[in-house]
Design a protein around this ligand. Sequence first.
Ligand SMILES: [Zn+2]
Length: 401
Amino acid sequence: MINHIPYNKTEPSRLTLDILEKLISFPTVSRDSNLELIYWIRDYLADFDVSCRLTYDFSGKKANLFASLGSGSAPGIILSGHTDVVPTEGQAWDSDPFKAVIKDGAVYGRGSADMKGFIAAALAMAPKFINSGQGFPIHFAFSYDEEVGCLGVRGLIKDLQEIGLQPAGCIVGEPTSMQPLNAHKGAYRFRCSVHGKEAHSSYTPLGVNAIEYAARVILYIRGLADELSREEPRDMAFTVPYSTLQTGTVRGGLAANIVPKSCEFEFDVRTMPDAPYEPLIERIKKFADTLVPEMQHVDPNASIAIECLSTTPGMSISETSPLVRMVKRLSGASEVSAASYTTEAGLFQEAGIPTVVCGPGDIVQAHRPNEFVSLEQLAKCEAFLNALINSDGSTNNGSGA
Ligand SMILES: [Zn+2]
């Protein structure tokens, strides 16, 4: 069977546009509730007799939604998207970011590309997924709090594991211009807190200068980064073809004439998909430990603590894997690429579900004022999803095209 359907449409269906307009109208900025949007999707799917599993956050103000459409004995394919969007404050928008505007062949609005366009196209396909008899279910997995560390989807994946559902593959519809991504880096964020001892700056030996000790740790981190840039094996599929780390914020001190008693800084580690971050953190902690005796010589309560703030694993899947071959075939793409940014894909992969990233819109538009997704990209996404219905969906017969 030839699964690839040529892209002969340049405009998406009316239904996709109507749903996208609706989704954009919910201001689901990560800090706020996404329940109105989730309940709207739940009600929309209820009209097709599809029931949803909702998994809530601890506050009960946010939820993930999981639903299975169509039947069949095969484990099926997950279409995954996050429902939250980044804030718009301080950005110069030409129109209300939460009111979709269609002009110049594109839909403008916060989340149009990242990534409500994909969710809208998937939802518009619901009747087809249910009635086409494709022999395998399509699962919708829509999460909260992706933009703040891929927090929500962890609960959804845990729920799937608890009910024993192991789909054959997952397609994360982040904006890739419908070009499959088979790898992205991991992202890990840490906070280092240095506690020293305050003193008048004319008596520096009586104090423990927290900023100076923090600076030494920061320089050590920079040294590690330099070492990686020299020595780590290259993967030229990535724009920056090795793991990186850097310090992003520093806070400390009151005045030039006071020895600062505390300093806090945050650093970020971006690893190649298969490179572990733990050895790097161990080395930083070890170095910090070597500074502490000197600090405690002045004040026994002085300390340096490093805590992990978030971990988002990288992902990589072989170009020859059945899922990658299927997604290439369905999208009509001739090659795959790798991204430096992170997505929820690493978490699905960690749960044993083969995962590829492929969705409408350009990542360059994400998070920017006047974010948009082109009508052509939405049409391509629809064609992709149509082709999915006509595929075997098991991903274990990827040699068809
Ligand atoms: Zn996104």
